[in-house]
Design a protein around this ligand. Structure first.
Ligand SMILES: [Zn+2]
Ligand SMILES: [Zn+2]
Length: 90
């Protein structure tokens, strides 16, 4: 029993050669923390009246001329209902 000084309890060593698991993509990937966090979509600005008959980029619902449409920070136009969902964080 000469192995009392193992640091198993700390469990913070990277097995891939990086100094710390936090700097290792593989470790973060193993923990599921490395996945790119997709920031929740947000509304980019005030609504505008659609100039065209088009479709909501989120729900594919039809948008008629004159309906309120909202631009999101993902660069897509969404209908009023979807804008409400985005604002409500759903
Ligand atoms: Zn690693
Ligand atoms: Zn929609």
């Amino acid at each position: 029993m000469s192995d009392l000084h193992t640091r198993e309890g700390e469990g913070v060593t990277c097995t891939h050669g990086m100094p710390t698991p936090a700097s290792c993509i593989d470790c973060m990937d193993d923990d599921g923390l490395g996945a790119p966090t997709t920031a929740p979509e947000r509304l980019e600005g005030p609504s505008v009246a659609s100039k065209y008959d088009t479709e909501c980029r989120k729900c594919d619902g039809s948008i008629r001329v004159g309906e309120r449409v909202y631009l999101t920070d993902a660069g897509r136009w969404v209908c009023e209902r979807c804008a409400g969902e985005i604002q409500g964080g759903l």
